[in-house]
Every structure is written in structure tokens, then in C-alpha cells.
Design a protein around this ligand. Sequence first.
Ligand SMILES: [Zn+2]
Length: 82
Amino acid sequence: MRKSNPVRMCVSCRKRNPQQKLYRLQKDGSILVKYQGFGRSFYLCKVCLNSKHIEKKIAGRMKLDIESVEKLLDLLRYEDKL
Ligand SMILES: [Zn+2]
């Protein structure tokens, strides 16, 4: 078991959370994707994932294609329920 428990900040609400409770995402050009294991990434918390207008907020802030944001966030919500 790892002793360290890294804390990261949600890109939307800026609250700090344990890394494993956050969704790690990244940009692939103007497309939002899950973290691919390399490159720059950012985090989104569960509260924000389920908040209203989050797609617009993320797309605007990160300069992303809104459809790719909607698609990926829908997938994350779906996987969350599994
Ligand atoms: Zn948040």
C-alpha cells in the first residue's frame, strides 16, 4: 500500500481532493480525452461532473470542442454508475 496520498485541485471548483477521487483528463488538440499516461492533464471532481452547465464551463475554460466535452463527461457519468 502506498503511503503518499497526493492531493490535486479540481479545474472547475478549485477544491482540493485526493487524486484517486478525481477524474484525470487531458486535451488532445481541441478534444477532451481521458488521461493517456503522458503530457499535461487536469482534474475534475465528482461534484463538478454532476453539476449543471459543467460542459460549457470546461469547454470555455480549456478551449475545448463542446461536443467532445459532452461526450466524455457522459461516458464518465455512465462508468460511474457501473
Ligand atoms: Zn470540482
